[in-house]
Design a protein around this ligand. Structure first.
Ligand SMILES: Nc1nc2c(c(=O)[nH]1)N[C@H]1C(S)=C(S)[C@@H](COP(=O)(O)O)O[C@H]1N2
Ligand SMILES: [Mo]
Length: 438
């Protein structure tokens, strides 16, 4: 077991993907069956199960699963990551438990990992000599830039939120297929690079340019060199935004192989699938880009709200743009026990895609009353914001702390899982933690 861990998942998968699957996931607890077990747990047995009385139990919504059960298991370590929970998919998908996202900005080894394919040898080599970026399509002057030439453009460093569109997918019922992300497919690191708009400006956009199509150097799981695992892009306006970067450094260091070495796009505030890693080509399109994972149900939600489980026609799906308002409680860790009579200090982050977060509230009585948290200004646009609050607990027993962010348009996080959709995107329900006063 120990040796396998140290060998690294991607090496295992590179050698023999099927064997790696069997070895790694054969013994793994199925997160869905774990959920099934919890569903059977009725409200009357909850107090016994949480090991405490529940002072505000009357406010608990029916069918509710206390956050104390929602912990995850940690089985594997991916080299270069620190405490991430590996999800049941291949190749590498791992999320960060909320309490390990407590740093003001996310260290490289605490940033979630979402790969659709296999790493390229370039990514693993640590060498930029072979790397090139092609810019073509609806441009006056197609470009081919090497690493040094790319770095000639003015560089900028911003703290940018990168969140997977499927973060929170595990909350949907009926369940959506795909990685069962809970809360941790989000990070906000310092990214250094050049502005996408400066590079596109150098190539000279034709007035037919309406969308970008980004291509990375990763390989398709089938190992078929003709197949591309993912190629997404954004409308030109988002690409031309000052904070959309072609980045080559993460927290002041070369981007780690898992996160896109040597160069990736960062499209902050939008589904991170538009932040293509191992970037090698920017194909400027005269129509909405049609690369793999742009069409069908990928990164799309119904144009109109639908009842859970509804079959939605492809024509009724639309591409996700800005991510919704959301927040995390990063301290304390869920499950904490505190002595009675002591107030509890809480902190975390809040973000809202293209918008700013303007208010943050916390509750320990299942949302009956709310306490306003202090909230910091973002370090720059598209950076998550830090919040802090203190809550008092009236008696011994089991409590939950819920956290709710409000964005500049007045939109708040919902308490329950919002807007069911076929692929389980955009779950921005409030994060909650279990607190027992003893
Ligand atoms: N080339 C390439 N870029 C990619 C992906 C990928 O599989 N290949 N995954 C995307 C998705 S779905 C997400 S959520 C983010 C994850 O970035 P991270 O692994 O650095 O957290 O990368 C995006 N960029
Ligand atoms: Mo993603």
């Amino acid at each position: 077991m120990k040796n396998k861990k140290e060998r690294g998942l991607w090496e295992l998968y590179r050698d023999d993907p099927e064997k790696a699957d069997a070895e790694i996931w054969g013994r793994k607890t199925d997160p869905l069956s774990r959920r099934g077990f919890l569903k059977k747990c009725g409200l009357t047995t909850l107090a016994a199960a949480v090991g405490s009385t529940i002072p505000f139990y009357r406010h608990m919504p029916a069918g509710f699963i206390p956050a104390v059960f929602a912990d995850t298991t940690e089985e594997f370590t991916i080299p270069g990551t620190n405490g991430l929970v590996v999800l049941n998919d291949r190749p590498i998908n791992a999320e960060t438990p909320p309490h390990l996202l407590d740093d003001e900005f996310t260290p490289n080894d605490r940033h979630f990992v979402r790969n659709n394919g296999l790493l390229s040898s370039l990514a693993e080599s640590g060498d930029t000599a072979e790397w090139k970026l092609k810019v073509d399509g609806e441009v006056h002057q197609p470009l081919e830039l090497n690493f040094e030439q790319l770095k000639q453009f003015t560089s900028y460093t911003y703290y940018l939120q990168v969140e997977c569109g499927g973060n929170g997918r595990a909350g949907f019922q009926p369940a959506a297929k795909g990685n069962q992300w809970t809360f941790g497919a989000i990070g906000c690191s310092a990214w250094t690079g050049v502005r996408m708009k400066d590079v596109l400006g150098k190539a000279g956009l034709k007035n037919t340019a309406i969308y970008t199509g980004y291509y990375g150097d990763d390989r398709h799981l089938s190992m078929n060199p003709q197949k591309v695992p993912i190629s997404r892009g954004t409308p030109i306006d988002k690409a031309m935004e000052d904070h959309t970067l072609i980045a080559w450094a993460m927290n002041g260091k070369p981007i780690p192989p898992l996160h896109g070495f040597p160069v990736r796009v960062v499209t902050p505030g939008w589904p991170a699938s538009t932040s293509i890693k191992w970037l090698k080509r920017i194909f400027v399109r005269n129509k909405v880009h049609d690369g793999p994972k742009m069409n069908g149900y990928s990164y799309r939600v119904p144009k109109h709200p639908v009842a859970p489980g509804t079959h939605v026609a492809e024509a009724d799906m639309k591409i996700i743009e800005s991510m919704p308002v959301k927040s995390l409680i990063t301290r304390p860790k869920t499950g904490i026990k505190i002595p009675s009579g002591k107030p509890l200090a809480l902190q975390g982050h809040a973000w809202a895609g293209d918008r700013k977060v303007t208010a943050m509230h916390v509750s320990n009585d299942f949302g009956m009353t709310w306490v306003q948290a202090s909230l910091k200004e973002p370090a720059n646009p598209f950076a998550w914001q830090q919040w802090q609050a203190t809550l008092a607990f009236p008696s011994k027993g089991y409590y939950e702390v819920w956290a709710r962010a409000t964005d500049a348009a007045g939109v708040m996080q919902p308490m329950v899982v919002p807007g069911w959709n076929p692929k389980g995107y955009l779950n921005n329900a409030m994060h909650r933690i279990a607190v027992t006063v003893v």
